[in-house]
Write a new protein. Sequence first.
Lengths: 224, 224
Amino acid sequence: MTKTPQKYNYAVIATDIAIFTMQNEQLKVLLIKMKKAPYTGSWALPGGLIKGDENLDDAAERILLDKAGLSHVYLEQLYTFGRVDRDPFGRVVSVSYFALIPNSGITPKTSSEYSEIAWFSVKNLPKLAYDHKEIVQAAIQRLQSKLSYTNIIYGLLPKEFTLGELQTIYEIILGKKLDKRNFRKKILSLKLVKKLNRKKSTGPNRPAELYCFTQSKPQLVDIL
Amino acid sequence: MTKTPQKYNYAVIATDIAIFTMQNEQLKVLLIKMKKAPYTGSWALPGGLIKGDENLDDAAERILLDKAGLSHVYLEQLYTFGRVDRDPFGRVVSVSYFALIPNSGITPKTSSEYSEIAWFSVKNLPKLAYDHKEIVQAAIQRLQSKLSYTNIIYGLLPKEFTLGELQTIYEIILGKKLDKRNFRKKILSLKLVKKLNRKKSTGPNRPAELYCFTQSKPQLVDIL
DNA sequence: TCAAAAGTGTTCATGATACACCCATGT
DNA sequence: ACATGGGTGTATCATGAACACTTTTGA
């Protein structure tokens, strides 16, 4: 067995990451404005090439750190996109990931590789480079379905939160209203969260109890 | 942007396919015995390299046809395995797939690339080359979970089958007994199958009604 | 005192589970 | 006649769905 490029068809392996957060009652995804031709000025998912001595997951983590300054967030492999013509540069196979981060008001900064970086509501996306639209759609769908049978929503919330905030996130991502009493009954019966016995005042209304998650590892739970 | 191998790290893209069928009341996976070093004599999943001008799904279909003589079967992308050291040959990223085929007693033939090909019960697998054990496990897990929320079991059954056969497959793959009456009630209420008004005699017992699927496209259905 | 979100139980409908006997056939 | 798998219905239980008022606070 020899390494003959003519015989074995090499490809560039890239990874693109759909990074989600909640802001202003909206599900948002992080996009960067590209400098490189032929997509100069287009918005795209943060991504990059995988190094020769780098595992796929490590590459995704590195890119998350480099482009968004994030680490220790929920990250999972999504799907691999490899249409022959998906990148005008040549054969590039993208192993896509999706990540969840709590809304900490982070606005990652620009770098030499891209001219702008910003959060976009998934309801109002600009035109995206490559097949990134498809990737975002796949990520949203995965997120929606995983919300109903796992506890990964913890990835979108800060350490402390109220049950109202929790419910709102479900409602926004799933795109439907939930009954407050039934929702609380379910969440509490699953013992996913515990009461901190502290309250959060948010305005001219009754302060809400603060809760935290009892688990911060992904697990299967029948939520909705 | 230039194609400089030193700068952009190229990798070989492969695909490996976990092909499942039911035989003798067992879930089986198709394996080949390798000729190539350093895994000479080891069993492995059927797989191959993706060509430069070939989409990922097309490559998987091609390999399914070449190695197992199969086409028009249920096939879905599973996961992408890319540990740096997963292949002693060098950097090979494997986009794995899983496929379901009806038990037609097919025993695919050997070829120049491998010395043997055979079905193995997933309960009794030999040692596998590369990280193929991990791939098989991921495939089984995906199959198990998809059985309960989709109709993909149609991929494992012939055109005509009895409800008893259908139930047995569920029981084997899920690893638990199901109540006959409840199972039939559920399957029939979902209108996934229709009666053919023909019977199948299988021995010294009452002949069973034959059914066929009403759909042979994957769809979400709440089965179990 | 008013507006705004938090918090709390019960009833009802639906679906899941448990369960046992007769039927049709080949040997 | 007997052994074997096929086929059928009902009662109970658990879970999900619908639903409205009181509480606490800041302005």
